[in-house]
Design a protein around this ligand. Structure first.
Ligand code: SAM
Length: 222
């Protein structure tokens, strides 16, 4: 039998620590969450390879390094209330849930949301709440958030998400003109009206589809 715990430790060393992920809490969370339980049946043996993997509805579970990079950039603290847009498999939500108080995660595909909710509950990630819907408008009824992580790439930063950040809150989101190529941005809310923006390099995410993202046919709906 494959020793998943060993593969996970190796992933943390080789794919994350050696590539510059420094936050000990992020490395520990990534060493805890069993990625093999979030991939599709039959893909377990590839769970600790250095890449994204396909999941249902033509979506992906993100590359471990990208999950770590985004989580580190989000600077999650134990008391934080977090919003994730793009639940997918639920893996990144599980990682964030080790570092924050509550994680609300929104997925537009009902089937993915249902599977992720069942999986997170079965694994005991009780501080994750899965919602179905278009996350480009955020989750006004739960705002403000200390951090918002967007796991799909949009054409521009949705104002609704910026507006749902607490003061000091961080929004980590891939943004780009091309549907499948983006720059990873961190937007920090400094006051009611002032936001700082930093770039964390080039990334490739599936498109963020919704009212303040791309339209289904790849044109801008924002
Ligand atoms: N975080 C996920 C994980 O750990 O498995 C990976 C997410 S996958 C790269 C991106 C997800 O975003 C897809 O499941 C896609 O359906 C979802 N998505 C795209 N646009 C969305 C939107 N407007 N609202 C909610 N989810 C959206």
């Amino acid at each position: 039998m494959v020793e998943f715990a060993q593969l996970r430790d190796r992933m943390v060393q080789v794919q994350l620590a050696r590539r510059g992920i420094r936050d000990r809490r992020v490395l520990d969370a990534m060493a805890q969450v069993p990625r093999e339980r979030f991939v599709e049946t039959g893909f377990e043996e590839f769970a600790y390879e250095d890449g994204a993997l396909p999941i249902a509805n033509a979506q992906t579970i993100s590359q471990p390094y990208i999950v770590a990079l985004m989580t580190e950039a989000a600077e999650l603290k134990p008391a934080d209330k977090v919003l994730e847009v793009g639940t997918g498999s639920g893996y990144a939500a599980a990682v964030a849930s080790r570092l924050a108080r509550t994680v609300h995660t929104v997925e537009r595909h009902r089937a993915l949301a249902t599977t992720a909710a069942e999986r997170l509950a079965a694994l005991g990630y009780d501080n994750c709440v899965v919602h179905t819907g278009d996350g480009t408008g955020g989750l006004p009824e739960e705002a403000p958030f200390d951090s918002i992580l967007v796991a799909a790439g949009g054409p521009e930063v949705p104002d609704a998400l910026k507006g749902q950040l607490a003061i000091g809150g961080r929004l980590v989101i891939p943004i780009g003109d091309l549907e499948h190529e983006q720059s990873l941005l961190r937007i920090t809310r400094r006051s009611d009206t002032q936001y700082d923006e930093e770039a964390f390099g080039a990334v490739r995410f599936v498109p963020l589809i919704g009212e303040h993202g791309w339209a289904e046919d790849g044109t801008r709906s924002a």
